[in-house]
Design a protein around this ligand. Sequence first.
Ligand SMILES: Cc1cc2nc3c(=O)[nH]c(=O)nc-3n(C[C@H](O)[C@H](O)[C@H](O)COP(=O)(O)O)c2cc1C
Length: 202
Amino acid sequence: MKKLLLATVISCFSLTAWSADIVLPEALKSGGKPLMSTLAERRTVREFDQKELDKQTLSNLLWSAWGISSVDGKRTIPTARNMQNLDVYVVLSDGTYLYDAQQNKLQEITKTDVRPFIVGEQKFAMNAPVHLLFVAEKDSYGSGAMHAGSAYQNVSLFCTSAGLNQVVRGMINRDALHQALNLPAEKQVLISQAIGYPVLKD
Ligand SMILES: Cc1cc2nc3c(=O)[nH]c(=O)nc-3n(C[C@H](O)[C@H](O)[C@H](O)COP(=O)(O)O)c2cc1C
């Protein structure tokens, strides 16, 4: 009995010690720039300040990418047959997380720094405090890539509205990322997006 109690205490302690999920504040779903000006101003900008995004901004950004936007559980982007088969990984300076829209949290996946596999030769991406990785299952007509495209466009528009810089990036080491994130064989890393504040100029 004592052993069982000890084992329970140890396992509870381990969970607390190792679980480093990040709970996000509820996303703000109003405001921002008018749609037509946002569309007119959207641009790829490859310069980032290293300053971290605050949790509220991160929550808003992730909601725009892949959040739940109605009581029946539908998302901010459409998916084929409403399969909702997209995974959005969030790469921060301290690890990689999976965005859990239902719980509005980031579930820790690995502490391994996967940013070298994302940045590669495109060193301008090094300073970005947030990288998104869009992951989906392979299928016969590439719906995963279409879903990723909808999500990164929403993020691009959110960034334009929120005064953030972003670049969609396909030049990533997919095999290394697949391995580092311990993805099953049927999933593939499709594309990335680097996000951050503009560099302040005097
Ligand atoms: C699927 C896709 C992959 C891209 N890959 C890269 C990339 O690896 N590196 C990069 O610097 N820009 C990349 N871009 C950004 C494009 O170069 C950029 O969108 C294009 O030059 C047009 O500029 P705009 O977004 O300001 O309209 C990518 C864009 C898309 C849609």
